[in-house]
Structure formats: structure tokens, C-alpha cells
Design a protein around this ligand. Structure first.
Ligand SMILES: [Zn+2]
Length: 316
């Protein structure tokens, strides 16, 4: 179940090498776009009881080979301006939610040293007027590096030191299993080790939740496993609802038009595709807004059903 996902993740981790040569040099050499270090946002709106701000962890360059069902030219046409050579520039956008005395963060970005253009969340929070120490609760959609590794600073200490943490039980149990590294390809051991260190650091302050329940008032948990074994999306009450898809739909142009296509970071393709279609159908029939972590900033749009697939209609 893990092999494809892990092969894909290997591409991402190899990009760490480039970090060592420095982002500025990569921009000068034309490897990264001129705006690669510019942070998007912050974009704020009201959803039910929450003031929601789309903050930014920066961007990630992902290999086009991660979409194996797409013909290269078709993929480039779908992704348009996101394409940089044989890679595409994806946003990474955690959410900041405020209600009463709660200051909630949904995912923590990748932390420093993952890719040269990511790990900017603390800076983005500051731009939104929020210090890391002010965060009271952190909710995770899943435990992949670009959503979790910003939990600890380069010194190994928790960045959101005053927060409690909320993780899906299935996701927690999968990644914290003591024998997990042994089941992975050898070169994935480092990734598992860091993920386990990130989770171990919050062990005393973590609460588990399950799909079907509310993780916090007005935030319902939807099972969108497949990308990872315990991946979840969240529906925020208010109006017709807003679904925070996380990585159930990693790109709106590709997967609204082709919900069945594989994404190489999905651990279980069939389950991921079924849950992706479930979200798109919920959104299209219920006129719910969708928000995607990796979609062009701020990544909010509607799904309109068309010819057995969907069309992405940005609303921000
Ligand atoms: Zn992701």
C-alpha cells in the first residue's frame, strides 16, 4: 500500500539537496521562479463562527511525473501557469481560525529544510498579526511532511508551545507504529523518523478524533482516507458549508476534470479516488465551497458538475 506513495515522496525529499545551494541561487539560475520566495496572502473571510485566514507556508515544486495518468502536454495545459519546466509550483496554505479565545491552526507546514520555498508559516502568521505562541489549538489533516514538519523548530523544540493538538486516531496509529520504518523502503527511514519525532513531541498534548464527529464546534470531520490511511477533510458550518479538502484533492484543474486520475503521493489510489469523488459530489450538489491546501492561493472555489466530471469555479 505504501510503495507508490513512498516512491513519490522520494522525489520530494530529494529536493532537499537543492536547499543546500540556497534559494536565491536557484532563482538566479532560473530553477525557481522570481516570485518563489514571495509569500501569498493573508486572505481572510468569515465562515460560521470562525474568522478564517488562509496563511501560507510558501510553495513546493512537485514533479509532473506525480500525475502518471496524464499525457505530458495535457497535464501542462491543465496546470497552465503553475508549470516550471518538468515541475509545477504548488502553494502550501495552512489555515488560521479565530473564534472567541480560540486561535486555531489547521496544519503546520513543512518546517525549515524541506524545500527552499517552504517552511514560511511563522512569518506568514506574523503578517496576519498572530505570533506562534498565541496558537491555542492545532488540528492536523494528515501527517505528511508538508503538513506536519513545521511543528518543530530547527532546534527540535515545539513552535506552537502553548497549543493542544488534534489528530485523527487512524493517522496517529499508523505513523506512530514502532515497526513502521522497518516496513518502508530503506531510504524512507529518515522521513519516518522525523515524522515520528514530530508526533512524539506532542504526545502529552494530543487528542484523537474520528470521522463523523466534530473536532471542534462547527468543524465536522470527513473521512477522506486514501492519500494516507487516516487522512481527513473538515467541513466548516456556515452558509451552505465550506469543505477544507487538504490533500483529498491536491489540484483543482487536474482532479475536478479527472477525479479518477492517480496522484503518486496517494497511498491507496482506489480509496483516494472514491473519497475525492465523494467530496466533489457533496460540494456540487450541496453548493458547498471547497478549499484546497495546494491550490492556487487562496484556493477557494465551487465544483460544478459537467459531463461526468467537475469544473473548478474559483470564488475568491
Ligand atoms: Zn500536501
Amino acid at each position: 500500500m505504501l510503495s507508490v506513495s513512498m516512491n513519490g515522496k522520494r522525489h520530494l525529499l530529494l529536493d532537499r539537496r537543492r536547499f543546500l545551494s540556497g534559494a536565491a541561487g536557484l532563482i538566479a539560475a532560473g530553477v525557481l521562479p522570481q516570485n518563489a520566495l514571495a509569500l501569498a496572502g493573508p486572505y481572510t473571510f468569515k465562515q460560521g463562527a470562525y474568522d478564517v485566514t488562509v496563511v501560507s507556508d510558501g510553495t513546493l515544486l512537485l514533479d509532473l511525473a506525480l500525475f502518471p495518468d496524464a499525457k505530458p502536454e495535457e497535464l501542462k495545459a491543465l496546470l497552465g501557469a503553475m508549470v516550471q519546466g518538468e515541475k509545477a509550483q504548488f502553494e502550501a496554505s495552512p489555515l488560521l481560525l479565530k473564534s472567541g479565545s480560540d486561535v486555531i491552526l489547521m496544519d503546520t507546514g513543512s518546517g525549515a529544510g524541506f524545500q527552499p520555498t517552504s517552511g514560511k508559516l511563522v512569518e506568514s502568521l506574523k503578517a496576519a498579526g498572530t505570533e506562534a505562541g498565541a496558537i491555542t489549538k492545532v488540528i492536523f489533516t494528515h501527517a505528511h511532511p508538508d503538513h506536519l514538519w513545521g511543528n518543530l523548530g530547527a532546534d527540535g523544540k515545539p513552535i506552537f508551545a502553548n497549543a493542544s493538538f488534534h489528530v485523527a486516531e487512524t493517522e496517529w496509529n499508523f505513523w506512530t507504529a514502532p515497526d513502521l520504518a522497518g516496513k518502508m523502503p530503506k531510504d524512507m527511514e529518515g522521513m519516518v523518523k522525523n515524522t515520528q519525532a514530530q508526533l512524539a513531541a506532542i504526545k502529552e498534548k494530543v487528542s484523537m478524533f474520528k470521522p463523523g464527529a466534530e473536532v471542534l464546534p462547527g468543524i465536522a470531520v470527513i473521512d477522506t482516507s486514501g492519500h494516507t490511511p487516516g487522512h481527513v477533510s473538515f467541513e466548516l458550518a456556515g452558509g451552505d458549508g465550506l469543505i477544507v479538502t487538504a490533500d483529498a484533492i491536491t489540484n483543482p484543474f487536474v482532479f475536478f476534470a479527472h477525479p479518477d486520475w492517480k496522484f503518486a503521493f496517494d497511498a491507496d489510489h482506489a480509496t483516494a479516488a472514491a473519497n475525492r469523488k465523494k467530496l466533489l459530489d457533496m460540494a456540487a450538489t450541496g453548493k458547498k465551497k471547497l478549499l484546497g491546501y495546494h491550490w492556487p492561493y487562496p484556493g477557494i472555489g465551487m465544483a460544478e458538475a459537467k459531463d461526468g466530471a467537475y469544473v473548478y469555479v474559483p470564488v475568491s
